[in-house]
Design a protein around this ligand. Structure first.
Ligand SMILES: [Zn+2]
Length: 73
């Protein structure tokens, strides 16, 4: 296991942590349910991706019964 050769000084440690920032994630409204979610990810509320149901959620089974999944199963 690699071990640092020298102890990092207080100044260097503080200079490093001064660059740490909170990153606000990009959010976009879901085209199906308008809930905010990350782009290029399956919607966690309705389970839709690219207009198709990908994962079965309780709201998806209630609101939009999936013909694609029913045909494949
Ligand atoms: Zn959605």
């Amino acid at each position: 296991m690699p071990v640092p050769k020298k102890r990092r000084s207080k100044s260097k440690k503080r200079m490093k942590t001064a660059r740490w920032k909170i990153v606000v994630p990009n959010l976009r409204p879901c085209p199906e349910c308008n809930a905010l979610g990350r782009p290029h990810f399956v919607c966690s509320v309705c389970g839709f991706y690219k207009g198709r149901p990908v994962i079965l959620t309780s709201s998806a089974s209630n609101n939009a019964p999936s013909n694609d999944l029913a045909a494949s199963e």
